[in-house]
Design a protein around this ligand. Structure first.
Ligand code: ADP
Ligand code: TZD
Ligand code: MG
Length: 591
């Protein structure tokens, strides 16, 4: 690689604040073309981590008015970019250095693709000849080849005059159709290439209609409406694709006009308020096996929905079909039949599909039958009463329930707040206890159940929405991105992190069966004070051992909007192995 910047000293042209016009008047260069292409397409923020060869790109981007949020680890920057993409429908940009920086960002790129979040990972790289002949320069690696299987598209740009095309294609690939991750490989030499400024300007492309509407076929809509009308026990499942689509009003009208009970997947919580009378979350294990027609809106029949079959769906054994008919609304024409037969696929963007369904349904409110609704309501109220009993208990030390009861009240009182959640028990209990009231407020571990999204998501949520952020974190989960509390303090973001500290992964009580000096693999330092981490960077740390202390801590964080970390001391015996997915452990599977 031709190193375009010395390792220690700062190139003279960037010591002064520069602007996109700081190159000699008639020429521009790769740095400015990248920045100008992003700005031309309405991108206002870059999440990244500087170093060779992109340090100057971060400086010049900031000088040109882009917001550059600099992280402590590329994985967090990548997660931040991906969730910014999810929240805004514009690709989130993550910028990294070559080889190790690129690899650190790659997990987030793969996770974005898996979750259908639009993001572009831009990494500096070594020149082709160096990589291809392994000529041993700084951080050589065939990044393009490595990224390819993990994203929707991957492009390498070798000539300054192609930067406009490269960025336009990356944007289109990220947001059109099923959104996902895109990799853009920018070799070091590209940044220093110069060209005539006017020709440079003309080479840039402002992408027209990057995520075109996809209108469903009339026959597909009719098939779906007919099936829905034939149902005796219909159910709607809302997934994060429905939340992403920002068709909130039409989705609400569809649910309310049909009167069909609905189940929100984790990140679709709040699309309609979780307290809505048609919300069937509290009767999930009743409605899934009982329903006869299920309409999936932006939700895949993957493991999170037990692949649409097996006992969850009333099948006789783990592999057998429960007898439901499925309608699936999705932008991907390949999604239908992934696991079970989809009787009525409706392919298109959710906004267009839902409005076509509304037109097809008309104002007919003849379904669903009252017996179905009252059976769901009965089950719901029983389960809600049971939960209320558990939530009312006040044990010492705190249980997940007594702590989350506080969080539940606070979110109810602050429905605008963004909500981040990761962990095992800390995730599962929170998801079922804490109601959401508005669309796209809850962001979490997503399709992979990945740990480490926490602080990256929290930073992006604060930067993009400017709202208060509440992050409920398992103590293990937090550890994956914990150093980003410095980032939160550095940008003075209104983030309140609550660590559900049960001394370990799932719980803190495992013992080493050999009696040797090492603790069990799931156990952490007992009584750790995570709150001190936040204090180290000038934020507020709170150690909460009671619900009252926890309540005060979060309320004060919201009032002050200061970076806050609350170490919530939870009974170390409280969790279960793997939270709600104990049955997926190989030892449990063998049984
Ligand atoms: P969840 O995890 O909430 O169940 P998934 O990530 O499994 O949701 O599914 C999201 C689905 O939404 C994907 O199949 C994706 O193709 C689809 N999708 C994303 N955006 C849109 C959109 N704008 N219109 C239609 N479908 C979409
Ligand atoms: N590594 C990554 C990247 N993702 C994962 N999901 C895991 C490891 C495995 N894992 C889980 O699925 S949950 C979890 C791990 C390590 C942490 C659970 O502990 P916690 O939550 O402290 O975050 P609870 O409340 O103690 O259950
Ligand atoms: Mg834990």
């Amino acid at each position: 690689m031709g190193t375009v910047e010395p390792q220690v000293s700062t190139p003279p042209d960037v010591q002064q604040p520069s602007t996109t016009t700081d190159a000699p008047p008639q020429t521009t260069d790769g740095f400015h073309l990248v920045i100008d292409a992003l700005k031309l397409n309405g991108i206002d923020t870059i999440f990244g981590l500087p170093g060779i060869p992109i340090t100057d790109l971060t400086r010049k981007a900031q000088a040109s008015g882009l917001r550059v949020i600099s992280f402590r680890h590329e994985q967090s920057a990548g997660y931040a970019a991906s969730i910014a993409g999810y929240l805004t429908q514009k690709p989130g940009i993550c910028l990294t250095v070559s080889a190790p920086g690129f690899l650190n960002g790659l997990t987030a790129l793969a996770n974005a693709t898996t979750n259908c979040f639009p993001m572009i990972l831009i990494s500096g790289s070594s020149e082709r000849e160096i990589v291809d002949l392994q000529q041993g320069d700084y951080e050589e690696m065939d990044q393009l080849a490595i990224a390819k299987p993990l994203c929707k598209a991957a492009f390498r740009v070798l000539h300054a005059e192609d930067i406009g095309v490269g960025i336009a294609r990356a944007i289109r690939a990220a947001v059109s159709g099923r959104p996902g991750g895109v990799y853009l490989d920018l070799p070091a030499k590209l940044f220093a290439q110069t060209m005539d400024a006017e020709a440079g300007r003309r080479s840039l492309i402002k992408v027209v209609d990057p995520a075109p509407k996809q209108i469903p076929g009339a026959d597909a809509v009719k098939r779906a409406v007919d099936l829905l009308k034939s149902a005796r026990k219909p159910l709607i499942v809302l997934g994060k694709g429905a939340a992403y689509a920002q068709a909130d009003a039409d989705i609400r009208t569809l649910v309310e006009r049909t009167g069909i009970p609905y189940l929100p997947m984790s990140m679709a919580k709040g699309l309609l308020p979780d307290t809505h009378e048609q919300c069937a979350s509290a009767a999930r294990s009743f409605v899934l096996p009982e329903a006869d027609v299920v309409m999936l809106i932006g939700a895949r029949l993957n493991w999170l929905l037990s692949h649409g079959k097996g006992k969850t769906w009333g099948g006789r054994d783990p592999k057998s079909w429960g007898g439901q008919k499925f309608i699936q609304i999705d932008i991907s024409p390949q999604e239908a039949d992934s696991n079970v037969r989809i009787d009525a696929p409706v392919v298109g963007d959710i906004g267009s599909c839902v409005s076509a369904l509304l037109a097809g349904i008309g104002s007919d409110r003849a379904y669903p039958p009252a017996e179905w609704l009252s059976a769901v309501a009965d089950r719901k109220s029983k389960n809600i009463a049971k939960m209320a009993e558990t939530l009312a208990k006040n044990p010492t030390p705190m249980s997940f329930h007594s702590a989350l009861n506080v969080v539940r009240d606070i979110v109810k009182a602050n429905p605008d707040a963004m909500f981040v959640n990761e962990g095992a028990n800390a995730l599962d209990f929170t998801r079922s206890i804490v109601d959401m009231y508005q669309p796209r407020k809850r962001v979490d571990v997503g399709t992979w159940g990945v740990m480490g999204i926490g602080m990256g998501f929290a930073v992006a949520a604060a930067v993009v929405t400017k709202q208060q952020v509440i992050a409920i974190e398992g103590d293990s989960a937090f550890g994956f991105s914990g150093m980003e509390v410095e980032t939160i303090c550095r940008y003075n973001l209104p983030v309140c992190v609550v660590i559900m500290n049960n001394n370990g992964v799932y719980k803190g009580t495992d013992v080493n069966p050999t009696g040797g000096p090492d603790v069990a693999p799931t156990v952490f330092v007992k009584g750790a004070r995570y709150d001190k981490l936040m204090e180290a960077f000038g934020g507020v740390g709170v150690n909460a051992t009671t619900p009252a202390e926890l309540r005060n801590g979060i309320e004060e964080a919201i009032r002050s909007r200061r970076p806050t970390l609350i170490n919530a001391v939870i009974d170390e015996t409280a969790g279960t192995e793997s939270g709600r997915i104990t049955s997926l452990n190989p030892t449990a599977k063998k049984k």
